[in-house]
Design a protein. Structure first.
Length: 87
């Protein structure tokens, strides 16, 4: 791995950080929406509540994948950065 590859890896890390924050906001919104809707319709379950809850599960899974890749790329970046500095 050379310096150009490290720069590319650093850009991937920065993009994943942005996606992580975006999906964090989406998760917060998808947690609040079903409970507000549940409260507004008189504490009854309906299809809307179920669909938004499923979307929340998918968003949590995508967030997990993003954080997993972010941790992997960050560790890879620091490993090869230290390796290049020590050579």
């Amino acid at each position: 791995m050379d310096l150009n590859d490290l720069r590319i890896l650093k850009n991937k890390i920065n993009y994943l950080k942005v996606f992580n924050y975006v999906f964090l906001i989406i998760n917060i919104v998808l947690i609040v929406i079903p409970f507000v809707h549940y409260w507004s319709i008189g504490f009854q379950f309906d299809v809307y509540f179920f669909i938004v809850s499923l979307m929340n599960i998918v968003a949590f899974y995508v967030s997990y994948l993003i954080v997993n890749k972010l941790n992997y790329y960050t560790r890879k970046y620091y490993h090869f950065e230290n390796k290049l500095l020590n050579e």
